[in-house]
Design a protein around this ligand. Structure first.
Ligand code: GLG
Length: 839
């Protein structure tokens, strides 16, 4: 399907006019909006001026899309997510609008360098990693597929921390994304809503003498929405990311709330604002903190109230709410929406329980993103009782009714009741959020085939048995607009000139590249592009200890959160092994390699931070050793984020996807690498399985145990010490670390890593070590045959079509949301004098 172009296309005749208008736009914004003139404007002023000018060009589409939301026959997807890792907006918006070239030209004619302006943007890092970035890819696809959608989340004042290295240790610096000003958002102060906490519940009789319950909160805060337009690719649809910021409500004004106590009143205001102050920087770990629970409740309550308002704007009551809204719970973080919506329906809008439950369960669906037990959220009952007393009552009632159903289905089976209960009563009592989400929605999905299978067999086995059709798979995807067109312009241009543009919105079309894998001229161009991308990195980062990085080397890349299950330390053991081999045999015939790492560790995750220190320590020794540093180098890029991702994926030769089988739900970096023509070395975990299926086993470096083998190995009594004793190279590599070779003789520093590996090795690093090293040997050999390598790389890109987020979103629409595209008609026109003409 070819898409019609949005208004601001690149038609030749309008070109000059557009450029002239853009230049005038920059100057106008500088002068009137930012209050500076060209001579004294800073780079930030120019960034803001250009961004405001671009935003203006989205405005007509944005307002028309919101009008489309308000039409009775449009159904809206609400994506509820505690994280949206959007990445920089400017470049992406230029690409989606189709005015990159004109803006670049207008900037040049104004004496500006567009690239420099693009690079200046502070990205909104409102997410930890894959889960938040997935939400951002999905917003891009929803808009590009013309599906009306709102992303609902939190406008954290401080997003993900900035990472720096201090003597090799991770140092966390506070993120300042809002400091330079955010030109992409609109504050909608008059759309604020109130959210309660604490207090008590009481029964009362309504006007008809009916007994009802109401919640009397002890405190209120105000949620203020900030809207960011989310532009689709070359379509009229501009959806909305609505992020809530917490403020103290009016009712807490000085006179009423705290007579004469000025500081006390300010303190209240501060407490209220704490709610949206900072993103919890933990990936894959539940926090157990009351503030975190309240953050979740805060944005969910704001969002449900907002949807209800939108609905009642068009309809008399909420009976048909689930025909208007499909609400997706991105993991369990927003699962408190289930009792909140019940409360709003029963207590506020006076629905009876059964009708309310009918509406609720038809509205929600839940995506599970993890198999790690420590990531499954549960909240102490006592905490909920204090913070959200009415919600706890509602959860009990939901649970009572649900367990009746379970008992009916499995008479006499007390174990199944215990396991499925929303309340965990095995010790201190907890509310299990995954169980709540499973019960409160009409669909549950995993994020890759293997992940869904494991959910069915283990984590959610009881729910799957009770409701066999409810749990389905929708494999993740990523947007080719950001991860190819924006981040890899050279490759995108080559592909365009070879097969046209349709792949940008229909990624399966990349298949047309397959025959070109045999075309030597095309292969040569492909290689030149990879080389140029690699050179960029070498220019950007200078080696601190040794010779500068060599763009001829094999770029072997692992970028992702630092976590033991992702096994950055397995990668490191391979590096130390190569280091030893080179030291023992200087003539060894292996291709030069540059190992690149990127990723943050949760500030409280001791082992992950020690692994960062270990990588940096090995880097210092290896890079500084002239005996090896022509063939072995390590670069740990600090502060890995979306922006760094833009430069990392295009230059990689090899993508490290080496988690222990059964631990990574899907992974999405694996898709971005393959899209950009990197080959994968990986285990049969998460979406790796499907990537390998698509690109062909012969174009994928597979190693290690599969899930069944992992289970069997553990069942047989896994003893890592045996492997250490038997494997000479591994033994030597571990000893080198343990004896202080990389820590200036300090034998204590890395002892916790070594002890963990030798005593427990929870992620079976040692069990997969030999297979990994052997597989890497093969990688090195293939790399020495550039023709073969390039052919494999092209086939990876050509066969990656399945992993577009457009495919994922199309599946969500069909299998879960029952939503269709709703193309936006431009009924509200801009008029030349700057006013708005109503039709
Ligand atoms: C999770 C999982 C990843 C997954 C991502 C998006 O760990 O495997 O790709 O969600 O579904 N916390 C995450 O990043």
């Amino acid at each position: 399907m070819t898409k019609k172009k949005a208004n601001y296309g690149n038609s030749q005749t309008n070109e000059r006019k557009t450029i002239k208008k853009l230049k005038r736009g920059f100057a106008y914004k500088l002068f009137y909006q930012l209050g500076v003139w060209t001579q004294n404007a800073s780079l930030n002023d120019y960034y803001l001026a250009v961004s405001y000018t671009v935003r203006d060009r989205m405005q007509q589409l944005f307002i028309n899309t919101i009008r489309a939301f308000q039409q009775k026959d449009s159904k809206i997807v609400s994506y509820l997510s505690a994280e949206f890792l959007m990445g920089p907006h400017l470049h992406n918006n230029l690409i989606n609008l189709g005015i990159y070239d004109q803006v670049a030209q207008a900037a040049a004619e104004s004496g500006l360098d567009l690239q420099q302006i693009i690079d200046h943007e502070e990205e909104p890092g409102l997410g930890n990693g894959g889960l938040g970035r997935l939400a951002a890819c999905y917003l891009d696809s929803l808009a590009s597929l013309e599906i009306p959608a709102i992303g609902y989340g939190i406008r954290y004042e401080f997003g993900m921390f900035d990472q720096a290295f201090d003597n090799g240790w991770q140092k966390e610096l506070s993120d300042r994304w809002l400091q330079p000003g955010n030109p992409w958002e609109f504050k909608k102060a008059d759309m604020a809503v109130e959210v309660g906490s604490g207090g008590y519940t009481e029964q009362y009789k309504d006007d008809h003498g009916k007994l009802r319950v109401r919640w009397v909160p002890g405190k209120l805060v105000k949620g203020i929405p900030y809207d960011t337009p989310i532009l689709g690719y070359r379509v009229n649809t501009v959806n909305m990311l609505r992020l809530w910021s917490a403020e103290a409500p009016k009712s807490f004004d000085f006179a009423e709330f705290n007579v004469g106590d000025y500081l006390g009143a300010v303190h209240e205001k501060m407490l209220a604002e704490t709610i949206s102050k900072v993103l919890y920087p933990n990936d894959e770990q539940s926090h157990g903190k009351a503030l975190r629970l309240y953050q979740q409740y805060f944005f969910v309550s704001c969002s449900m109230q907002d949807m209800i308002r939108i609905h009642l704007f068009q309809f008399e009551n909420l009976d048909n709410f689930s025909d208007k809204f499909a609400v997706q719970l991105n993991d369990t973080h927003p699962a408190i929406a289930v009792p909140e919506f019940m409360r709003l329906l029963v207590d506020v809008h006076h629905y009876d329980w059964d009708s309310a439950w009918e509406i609720v369960t038809h509205t929600f669906a839940y995506t599970n993103h993890t198999l790690l037990p420590e990531a499954l959220e549960k909240w102490p009952v006592a905490m909920l009782a204090g913070l959200l007393p009415r919600h706890l009552e509602i959860i009990y009632e939901i649970n009572r009714r649900f367990l009746d159903l379970v008992r009916l289905e499995y008479p006499g089976d007390v174990d199944v009741v215990r396991r499925m209960s929303i309340i965990d009563e095995t010790g201190e009592r907890y509310v299990r959020m995954a169980n709540l989400a499973c019960v409160g929605g009409h669909a549950i999905n995993g994020v890759a085939q293997l992940h869904t299978k494991l959910l069915k067999e283990h984590t959610l086995v009881d729910f799957h048995r009770l409701w066999p059709d409810k749990l389905i798979n929708i494999t993740n995807g990523v947007t080719p607009r950001r991860w190819m067109v924006v981040s890899n312009p050279r490759l995108s241009q080559l592909i365009r000139s070879a097969i046209g543009e349709e792949w940008i919105t229909d990624l399966k079309k990349l298949q047309a590249l397959e025959p070109l894998a045999e075309d030597s001229a095309f292969c040569e161009k492909w290689q030149q592009i990879k080389f140029a991308n690699k050179q960029d990195i070498c220019t950007m980062f200078a080696c601190k200890q040794g010779p500068n990085y060599n763009p001829q080397a094999l770029f072997d890349v692992q970028v992702k959160r630092i976590h033991e299950y992702k096994r950055q330390h397995l990668n490191l053991l391979h590096i130390v092994t190569l280091y030893q081999r080179l030291k023992n045999n200087p003539e060894l015939d292996i291709p030069p390699r540059l190992f690149i790492f990127g990723g943050k560790a949760a500030p409280s995750y001791f082992m992950a931070k020690l692994i960062i220190k270990l990588i940096n320590s090995v880097a210092e020794v290896v890079n500084g050793d002239p005996a090896v540093n022509k063939r072995l180098q390590i670069l740990f890029i600090p502060n890995y984020n979306v922006q760094i991702g833009h430069i990392v994926y295009p230059m990689a030769d090899l993508s490290e996807q080496i988690s222990l089988a059964g631990k990574e739900a899907s992974g999405t970096g694996n898709m971005k690498f393959a899209m950009n023509g990197a080959l994968t070395v990986g285990t049969l975990d998460g979406a790796n399985v499907e990537i390998r299926e698509e690109v062909g086993a012969e174009n994928f470096f597979l190693f290690g145990m599969n899930v069944g083998e992992v289970e069997a190995r553990r069942a047989a009594g896994y003893n890592p010490q045996d492997i250490y004793n038997e494997n000479k190279e591994l033994h030597a590599a571990i000893n080198l670390i343990a004896t202080g070779h990389f820590s200036h003789g300090d034998r204590e520093l890395f002892r916790p890593v070594i002890d963990s590996l030798l005593k427990h090795d929870p992620f079976m690093v040692l069990a997969d070590y030999q297979a990994y090293v052997d597989c890497q040997q093969q990688v090195g050999e293939v790399f020495q045959d550039p023709q073969r390598w390039t052919r494999m790389a092209i086939l990876n890109a050509a066969r990656i079509g399945k992993f577009s987020s457009d495919r994922s979103i199309t599946e969500y629409c069909r299998k879960i949301w029952q939503v269709k595209p709703f193309p936006v008609a431009l009924t509200l026109q801009r008029v030349p004098d700057g006013g708005i003409k109503f039709p």
